[in-house]
Design a protein around this ligand. Structure first.
Ligand SMILES: Nc1nc2c(ncn2[C@@H]2O[C@H](COP(=O)(O)OP(=O)(O)OP(=O)(O)O)[C@@H](O)[C@H]2O)c(=O)[nH]1
Length: 392
């Protein structure tokens, strides 16, 4: 319930430049990194190849006479190409996210640093190098990098300043002002594209999370919804079967709820459902695998993993007592409104039982408790309907 509210708030009140609350933001970033793994690995590979093969096409296409100085060769082959290749491999390798991120940052910085250096010397007439490479790298990083928009903005902004400095300080080989302007536009496009793309990705992600949370949560009580229970219970049963652990399934239904509604109104009826739901969650479903859901109307279902058969009657009695102990006051008179519930509890060591069989048997126990006069529970072990224990 809190999560539904938090997601709703994040959807409604987020401005274009704002991030999500820290926990959601972390989950969002991780989901995005996974998504762009392959494009990023390919990007780094292309960067490494483009850089590594530069001398070949430089000589052939652009400036046949220019030779590389040993220092350039060292930077290019001893530093930039290996780092970019390592970034490519680590992007796909099963290494921790932090290592991958740092490898990529170092790869990108090394790459663009190398390109800037070459560009500087190209403008001094010492060699030629395609300046568009810089823009391509920035835009590609912005689109596929999976970095935060702030990091891309920092990178884009830093590159823009460095690029302009290089253009203006090199001898007037071409048209520095025009080159500076084109660098500025490239960096601007990259930053805006990355911001827009991130905004859209974040909006889609948060909407998806919100809808999922809505489907999984019962909005009146904050417990799991029936669809969430239907989703998780088969898994719990399968896990019990695999690990040979017993389960307890308890159906609980508020007695004569229609009368409460008719007498005190539906809003008060809602409050009763809410209070009973909270009380069940507090008393019973406390371990990580336990399920506590509103099955519909005034009926609840609990499923407990690795349940103790001997403790079950006592636990059901406690639940019924907790419902009886709820101090509800009538809307207008303020007088006490006594309520009670009936329960059916089934203990099962799952072998071949289906979900329908288990839930059907537990539901039958609930109806038996209703037939016996309500305000009580019927507890049984699966398959031994002759030995039903009555608790109150
Ligand atoms: N206030 C409120 N009432 C609901 C909600 N969902 C179902 N109901 C009402 O719950 C009542 C359930 O009535 P019945 O199924 O006859 O059960 P009951 O009166 O509790 O009788 P027993 O279960 O046999 O003890 C109906 O009147 C429904 O309208 C809800 O979300 N809020």
């Amino acid at each position: 319930m809190e999560q539904v509210d938090e997601l709703h708030h994040a959807r409604q009140h987020r401005r274009f430049w704002e991030r999500l609350p820290p926990d959601l933001e972390r989950q969002f970033r991780e989901s995005q990194r996974g998504r762009y793994r392959y494009p990023r690995a390919i990007l780094f590979l292309i960067a490494a190849l483009a850089y590594g093969l530069a001398p070949a096409y430089e000589d052939a296409l652009l400036s046949p006479s220019v030779g590389f100085r040993p220092l350039f060769n060292l930077i290019q082959f001893g530093f930039v190409v290996p780092l970019t290749l390592v970034a490519s491999v680590l992007t796909l390798a099963p290494v921790p996210l932090v290592v991958r991120r740092w490898a990529q940052v170092v790869g990108v910085v090394a790459f663009v640093g190398g390109v800037l250096l070459l560009r500087y010397h190209a403008l001094r007439g010492e060699l030629t190098y395609p300046p568009e490479m810089l823009g391509i790298v920035v835009i590609a990083v912005a689109f596929f990098g999976g970095f935060s928009s702030r990091r891309v903005a920092l990178l884009g902004g830093g590159l823009m300043v460095a690029g302009i400095w290089v253009e203006l300080n090199a001898p007037d080989a071409y048209t520095p002002a025009l080159n500076a302007l084109s660098l500025f536009y490239m960096a601007l496009i990259a930053v805006l594209a990355s911001l827009t793309q991130e905004w859209q990705a974040r909006s889609a992600w948060i909407n998806h999370r919100y809808v999922t949370a809505l489907v999984r949560t019962d909005l009146l009580t904050g417990l799991s919804s029936r669809s969430e229970f239907n989703h998780l219970f088969p898994r719990l049963l399968a896990m019990g079967r695999r690990e040979l652990k017993p389960l307890a399934v308890v159906f609980l239904d508020i007695d004569h709820f229609k009368r409460i509604n008719d007498r005190y109104g539906h809003l008060f009826g809602d409050e009763v459902i809410r209070r009973v739901g909270r009380s069940l969650a507090a008393h019973y479903a406390r371990r990580p695998w336990d399920l506590c859901a509103r099955f519909g109307g005034e009926e609840f279902v609990l499923a407990c993993y690795d349940a103790d058969l001997n403790a079950l009657p006592g636990q059901v009695a406690d639940l019924l007592q907790a419902v009886r102990g709820l101090q509800l006051e009538a809307p207008e008179s303020g007088g006490p409104v006594p309520i009670s519930a009936s329960a059916g509890a089934l203990w099962v060591l799952p072998i071949e039982e289906t979900v329908e069989q288990v839930l059907g048997e537990a539901d039958a126990l609930l109806y038996r408790a209703k037939d016996l006069g309500r305000n009580r529970g019927c507890v049984a072990r699966h398959g031994s309907s002759a030995e039903i224990m009555e608790v109150a």
